[in-house]
Design a binder for this molecule. Structure first.
Ligand code: SF4
Length: 326
């Protein structure tokens, strides 16, 4: 039986645009504009889109770094977006975040041993011996050696820093880990071993992952389901293989067509993405993809925003003209 571990309902995050002269809010950046999805326990759920589409804002809003403007975040059946700060902080310990550059989140003056012990001291009441045991277990689990415990973060390679960041997170027994561009800056050969490590750890520690990436090949390799984001909304969502084999939204088609050869879907019609996405402060009327969409029609595309609707079983698309696009 599946269990929903995390759910968002119409989640919104707007950032104010302030005038330095008038010292007041003159507009809003709609970084998240009504995002709804659910992640099942044990699943790897991918979130993909160009930079600026809102995927990192979503990760940080789930973690409580940003307060939602509107909407709900439900974790293990509890509404965490409205909880008092202390209670939310306690619950969120079970959600951990791996940053794009994990080296930057590690104190350069601390040894590995201290870096791994600190979360245990703050968040648990384990004895010293139990902490030692857990630290040893985690360092081995991520493929590092006990001799690494006396080293400083700058003495590690990029791949090893990711292992260290993971070990630090795992000491707290999280349920859900959010990875933000987890392989950026890594050599391709290192990427493959790190991705395999993620998969192994997921099985060993019964974890659930939210995988945020602009790299479609990583998403395809790792994720059971994927959501495609464009300017703060999900435009397509479904089982990864279905979305890659039969993309239904013009934006998804364009993203897939941009993957370097060999092509993922050779028979697929190619759409070339032209221009930049409009500013999330000045969204076009109707469908927010319409200024770049080769299928756009004045009516209905400029008149109404398309809702995300189920097209095939478990495969959702936000497009008024699905039949024409297919
Ligand atoms: Fe393109 Fe219209 Fe579909 Fe938007 S609703 S993706 S503009 S066809």
């Amino acid at each position: 039986m599946t269990e929903t571990i995390l759910e968002t309902q119409e989640l919104k995050k707007y950032f104010p645009v302030r005038s330095p002269l008038l010292k007041r809010t003159i507009g809003w950046i709609r970084a998240l504009d009504g995002v709804s999805f659910a992640i099942q326990r044990g699943e790897i759920f991918g979130l993909v889109g160009e930079s600026g589409c809102g995927k990192s804002t979503l990760g940080k809003t789930l973690l409580g770094i940003y307060q939602p403007t509107q909407g709900k975040v439900i974790f293990k059946g509890q509404l965490i977006s409205d909880l008092p700060k202390k209670a939310a902080r306690k619950l969120r310990r079970e959600i951990q975040y791996v940053y794009q550059d994990p080296g930057a989140s590690l104190d350069p003056w601390w040894t590995t041993e201290r870096l791994l012990r600190e979360p245990l001291v703050i968040h648990t009441d384990l004895s010293r011996q139990e902490m030692d045991e857990r630290i040893r277990r985690m360092i081995h689990a991520v493929g590092l050696e006990e001799e690494h415990l006396s080293r400083y973060p700058h003495e590690f390679s990029g791949g090893q820093q990711r292992r260290l960041a993971l070990a630090r997170i795992l000491t707290l027994n999280p349920d859900l880990i959010i990875f933000d561009e987890p392989t950026s800056g890594l050599d391709v050969s290192v990427q493959a071993t790190i991705l395999k490590l993620f998969k192994d750890l997921k099985e060993a520690f019964h974890l659930t992952y939210l995988f945020i990436s602009h790299d479609l090949s990583v998403i395809r390799m790792m994720c059971h389901r994927v959501a495609v984001m464009y300017l703060g909304v999900i435009v397509e969502m479904g089982p990864t293989e279905a979305v890659f084999a039969q993309p239904k939204h013009p934006y998804t088609k364009a993203l897939l067509a941009a993957i370097p050869v060999p092509r993922v879907t050779p028979e697929q019609e190619e759409i070339v993405l032209e221009g930049e996405p409009p500013s999330p402060e000045h969204l076009p009327s109707g469908c927010r993809f319409r200024l770049r969409c080769p299928y756009a029609e004045e009516d209905p595309c400029s008149l109404r925003e398309p809702p995300l609707e189920e097209s095939d079983s478990g495969h959702y698309v936000a497009c008024h003209l699905q039949e024409k696009v297919e």
